[in-house]
Write a protein that binds this ligand. Structure first.
Ligand SMILES: [Ca+2]
Ligand SMILES: [Ca+2]
Ligand SMILES: [Ca+2]
Length: 140
């Protein structure tokens, strides 16, 4: 009985590890995120699709739903569990006033800046070439 429990713990530990820590390389990370943003899968991220996903991601991180993401919420979010480096980069970039928390307004404002920086031809949509991942070098 003890052996089975131990085996189970080991198995869970191993599968838990590989589930929680996906080892993406930069290219895989890029297409993974691109597909998340590209809701209709047409190969372009429109501004609407982009901000739909930003809103969804914000709600997922704002665990108590008060419109502000605290550091504690960041560290307890699924986003952080799966992609800690990216989650931290997003949090840091979004905290425009460096107060240690991110409001929804700050998130939208910083993502608007990011979107227009990425949208090189300013046509209101991102191609895979235009789409960039925050701190890509952390995944290489
Ligand atoms: Ca699309
Ligand atoms: Ca909150
Ligand atoms: Ca574009």
């Amino acid at each position: 009985m003890l052996k089975i429990a131990l085996l189970l713990t080991l198995l869970l530990g191993i599968s838990g590890c590989s589930l929680l820590k996906p080892h993406y390389n930069a290219q895989q990370m890029h297409s993974y995120l691109f597909n998340k943003f590209d809701e209709d899968g047409d190969g372009l991220i429109t501004k609407e699709e982009y901000f739909d996903f930003i809103e969804y991601r914000f709600d997922q991180m704002d665990l108590d739903g008060d419109g502000i993401i605290t550091k504690e919420e960041l560290y307890n979010s699924r986003f952080y569990t799966y992609l800690p480096a990216l989650a931290q980069a997003v949090f840091r970039d979004s905290d425009l006033d460096k107060s240690g928390t991110v409001t929804y307004k700050e998130m939208v404002k910083s993502e608007e800046i990011r979107f227009s920086q990425m949208d090189r031809d300013q046509d209101g949509a991102l191609t895979p070439e235009e789409f960039m991942v925050n701190n890509m070098d952390e995944f290489i």
